[in-house]
Design a protein around this ligand. Sequence first.
Ligand code: S3P
Length: 179
Amino acid sequence: MIKYLRVHNIYLVGFMGVGKSSVGAALAARLGHRFIDLDERLGERFGASIPEVFSVHGEGVFRAAETDELIRCANERDVVVATGGGAFCDEANREIISESKGVSVYLDLPWEELDRRLVADNRGRPVYDDAEQACSLFEKRRPEYLRADVVIALEGSETPDDVADHVLRVLREVAPCAI
Ligand code: S3P
């Protein structure tokens, strides 16, 4: 199905800590596309860090701005977008991606590896309280992530370059028009 569409942008989706930003930058470099980090755009928009946006404005304001920035990305061409961990869990956001001929790529890491990474560095992420809460959030969200056009199963030992190469190999198979 994806094969026959003209795909404009690639959206990396998945849970916090999976490496969407570093893989997105590596993928964009390989394709000669521009890289957009959605959280970075949101930080610039508010002139604040993401934890500050949550604490000053609240999650509702953050999510509305996230959707708005996603629409801006959808109006651009030939970009690789690293989304925040909650973006793809919203149906309207998924529609923005698919209706703008974007291909969504889920980076799927086992919980044990995500947990290890988040315990080591959760960067004050506002939706991370502790391992137990994050695990149930991951279990709740994973079925939504699995709605992505492409699912890349990872172990955790791969470098961002390895993952970018893996994504490219799969896209060449299923969506050659994306690359
Ligand atoms: C969020 C993940 C964060 C950021 C915000 C909300 C989430 O992005 O968008 O803190 O709901 O999972 P990362 O996935 O890049 O950490």
